[in-house]
Write a protein that binds this ligand. Structure first.
Ligand SMILES: C[S@@+](CC[C@H](N)C(=O)[O-])C[C@H]1O[C@@H](n2cnc3c(N)ncnc32)[C@H](O)[C@@H]1O
Ligand code: SF4
Length: 469
């Protein structure tokens, strides 16, 4: 497929001038409304009502477990993590997770099958293989996990923390998807960000995962880090393509040193400038498409046969707190410090501070810190934004039927705003459809922002979002 340009494939196309003009900061819409709208007025009473609604609906479950620990800090990191070399912290944390599950299992109808399971972090592979077994045993005790490998059971692994033996252990525990943090293989970049994993280490794990029958291997890369240039990044990308991951995320480095103090340890003068970053993402996108990957949207690529690409083709793709998902009909129950749940028509987040989380569990309380009950306008806009972000097109009639509205009346101001984007060639507006063009796909966040009624209001007004590209 060498030489086929992005434009020809019609998946995403580059217009440098438009990207420069529209590249404002914006939410990533892993939820709508976004997390800054969650408020502390949401507590256990609201949570109990949401769970009762969810039990009545009886949707399958998705479970998320947050393991916050990492053995050393990567300076760029914007995740919710606790850096500690003291591995003894894991045991008490897993015990609390067990107690948190027991509290939720008292409320949730746990006969519902668990179609999706995700361990994220921090670094889930921080805990030992025995501790992984303990955690999975306790999940199985509380919930109805599938035993036939038909669920989508994923774990984030740090290659530097993972052995070939651990890969076998993860498969034995029921995981069938791996997500690996690669970030960059260049030694100068790795030294600048204090994170080290070689292509050989990653290759050994990929080989082991394939031998163990993992269904899908995903890798994370970041562009915008110190010492990076297109020249250096291309070598990483080539090494990654040789490993042939089923999915690839190319994250734009989110530089927010006021929020994440370790980012100050990197020299901003060594980070690639806006133009170089645009070259990196532009040429990487071209290269990935030429290698046969599909642009899923918002930093994500997948092989055409991967479940994510199939779900997109079949109109089943959804978006949740882990990014794109193929089991969007699930209610998401999340456990651990800072974890976010989406149950019934609500979102809620656990305490972000480990001491607060521990105190809540130790006194027998669900560790909810804040949340939101979605109103009918939120639910409608969430459906519109999810449709656009997952499928780059929106058919009004199912939305009109479900929400009992006339789309063009309800969203008249938004359609008027979209007209200037239509003039710029980002969208095509038809009487009953919105289509996002190849040019608009890279700016999908900006298009979704038109339908965001909360933007610039309340807590979100103070929130700093990362740049779109
Ligand atoms: C929880 S980590 C993945 C698991 C494991 N901790 C690791 O690093 O391999 C999630 C991913 O978020 C991405 N990430 C972290 N900080 C970021 C930042 N400041 N900007 C963009 N992406 C970031 C990285 O690609 C990372 O792999
Ligand atoms: S990138 Fe991963 S390993 Fe590094 S500090 Fe963040 S969560 Fe931990």
């Amino acid at each position: 497929m060498q030489g086929v340009s992005v434009q020809q494939q019609g998946q995403a196309s580059w217009d440098q001038e438009l990207i420069a003009r529209y590249d404002l900061s914006g939410p990533r819409y892993t939820s709508y409304p976004t997390a800054p709208q969650f408020h502390p007025g949401f507590g256990e009473d609201e949570l109990r009502c949401a769970v009762a609604v969810s039990n009545d609906r009886g949707n399958p479950l998705s479970l998320y477990f947050h393991i916050p620990f990492c053995s050393r800090v990567c300076y760029y990191c914007a995740c919710n993590r606790i850096i500690t070399a003291n591995r003894r912290v894991a045991g008490p944390y897993l015990e609390r997770l067990d107690r948190e599950m027991a509290l939720m299992a008292d409320l949730l109808d746990t006969s519902r099958p668990v179609n999706q399971l995700h361990w994220g972090g921090g670094t889930p592979t921080y805990i030992s293989d025995d501790e992984k077994r303990t955690l999975m045993t306790s999940i199985r005790r509380h919930f109805n996990l599938r035993n036939d490998d038909s669920g989508e059971y994923a774990i984030e692994i740090h290659p530097g923390d993972t052995t070939v033996e651990s890969i076998a252990c993860l498969r034995e525990l029921g995981f069938n998807r791996l997500s690996m943090g690669v970030q960059d293989f260049d030694t100068a970049v790795q030294a600048a960000v204090n994170r080290f994993n070689s292509a050989d280490e990653v290759r050994a794990l990929v080989t082991a995962a394939r031998q163990q029958g993992f269904h899908s291997i995903s890798m994370d890369l970041i562009y915008g880090l110190p010492q990076q240039s297109w020249h250096s990044f291309e070598r990483t990308l080539d090494a990654v393509l040789e490993l042939s991951p089923d999915r690839l995320s190319m994250f734009n480095y989110a530089h927010m040193p006021n929020l994440f103090k370790t980012q100050r340890q990197m020299d901003a003068a060594q980070m690639p400038g806006a133009e170089e970053k645009l070259t990196i993402i532009h040429r990487s996108t071209d290269k990935l498409l030429a290698a046969g990957y599909v642009f899923i949207g918002m930093d994500h690529f997948a092989k055409p046969g991967d479940e994510l690409a199939r779900a997109q083709r079949e109109g089943r793709l959804q978006r949740n707190f882990q990014g794109y998902a193929t089991h969007g009909d699930c209610d998401l129950a999340s456990f651990g410090v800072s974890a976010i749940s989406a149950i019934g028509d609500t979102f809620w987040q656990n305490h972000k501070d480990i001491a607060d989380y521990n105190a809540a569990i130790d006194s027998g309380r669900i560790p909810v810190a804040r949340g939101l009950v979605l109103n009918s306008d939120d639910l409608l806009r969430a459906r519109v934004i999810e449709g656009l972000i997952c499928h780059f097109s929106l058919d009004f009639s199912p939305v009109e039927k479900r929400f009992n509205i006339i789309f063009n009346d309800y969203f008249a101001p938004e359609i008027a705003q979209l007209r200037s984007m239509e003039n710029d060639g980002l969208v095509v507006i038809e009487p009953q459809h919105i289509h996002v063009t190849a040019k608009g796909r890279l700016l999908i966040r900006r298009i979704c922002m038109v339908f965001d009624a909360w933007l610039g209001k309340g807590a979100q007004a103070q929130q700093k979002f990362s740049r779109i590209i």
